[in-house]
Design a protein around this ligand. Structure first.
Ligand SMILES: [Ca+2]
Length: 318
């Protein structure tokens, strides 16, 4: 073994013993490759730190305590629906305050009081008329005949005009209140029985249980109500009068005047007028028909077809 061989062996020995730096590269690399990638794999710490902060759930302490479910705000109170004051039905009788003469040949179909006078419409074909009557004497001060074929019916006075219906011709007449001069005619869609007004609308009956509200200038039907009492519809509503917010109506062929709510059609009262005439007078007369109200004097007048008298009455509870 020459010198170089000896030196090589010594160096190899030293390298195997880890004491010679030049021979360590290959084994170290091999050893590294066999080592699990522990050092190259991100640790859980690094993973945590890479998570964006803003995605973290907020701390429970930062959430305001849920107070509202425990104390819910009070529910709004239901708005009470204003209900009309229930009107208790009342039955009435009457007391005669005064009696006045009435033309026993007048087939009364309409009656109005204004400024100290009665205005009267009479019916029947060939006997129909419009009259101005002196209350105290029954004297006919002015008359306008309504010729055939018309059967005149209810009347009312609105301002300076008198409006008069006819029974079956669906035609009405308008007259000057003072001169009785004819001003115009108009059509109404139903039969014409009774007529009055509430200051804004005409109110018309046609013999049924329906009352019609008409435009007071154009005569167009703008509303209607069905009149009902405790037994149902009240038919045969005839002569009308508007009295202190209520509609008074004769019920044809009875001695009853019903008091009607214009809003609902409900009959809120009934006046029993039986016994106004003596039996002898009643034998010559036809049915009760004719209501007039003196608003200034608060007087109520009633009469009937071929009645010899007009009665001023006071309505009193039974
Ligand atoms: Ca009347």
């Amino acid at each position: 073994m020459n010198t170089l061989s000896r030196l090589y062996l010594i160096a190899l020995f030293l390298a195997m013993a880890g004491l010679f730096p030049y021979s360590c590269s290959a084994p170290q690399e091999t050893a590294t490759s066999k080592t699990p990638l522990a050092t190259g794999t991100p640790t859980p710490v690094s993973t945590a730190t890479s998570t964006p902060i803003q995605t973290l759930a907020p701390a429970p302490t930062s959430t305001p305590p849920p107070t509202s479910p425990a104390t819910p705000p009070p529910a709004p109170l239901p708005t009470p629906t204003p209900s009309p004051t229930p009107e208790t039905f009342r039955a009435y009788k009457y007391r005669v305050v005064n009696t006045f003469p009435h033309d026993p040949n007048a087939f009364t179909q309409g009656l109005v009081f204004e400024d100290g006078f009665l205005y009267e419409g009479t019916g029947l074909v060939g006997k129909s008329s419009l009259r101005k009557v002196e209350l105290s004497t029954g004297k006919v001060l002015k008359i306008r005949e309504i010729p055939a074929p018309y059967f005149a019916e209810g009347i009312t006075i609105y301002r300076d005009k008198i409006i008069q219906l006819t029974l079956n011709h669906k035609k009405g007449f308008v007259y000057d209140k003072d001169s009785f001069e004819s001003l115009r005619e108009f059509s109404h869609s139903t039969a014409g029985w009774g007529l009055t007004h509430d200051g804004k609308r005409l109110i018309l009956s046609d013999g049924t249980a329906t009352l019609y509200f008409l435009n007071i200038d154009t005569f167009e039907v703008i509303g209607r109500i069905e009149v009902r009492d405790e037994n149902g519809p009240v038919t045969k509503l005839n002569e009308l009068e508007y009295v202190n917010g209520k509609i008074y109506a004769n019920v044809w062929q009875t001695d009853h005047v019903v008091i009607i709510s214009p809003e609902t059609g409900k009959v809120t009262g009934r006046i029993d007028l039986k016994g106004l005439l003596t039996p002898e007078e009643a034998n010559k007369a036809d049915v009760l028909n004719g209501i007039a109200y003196d608003a200034k004097g608060n007087r109520l007048f009633v009469t009937g077809k071929y009645y010899p008298k007009v009665f001023e009455i006071e309505v009193v509870p039974e």
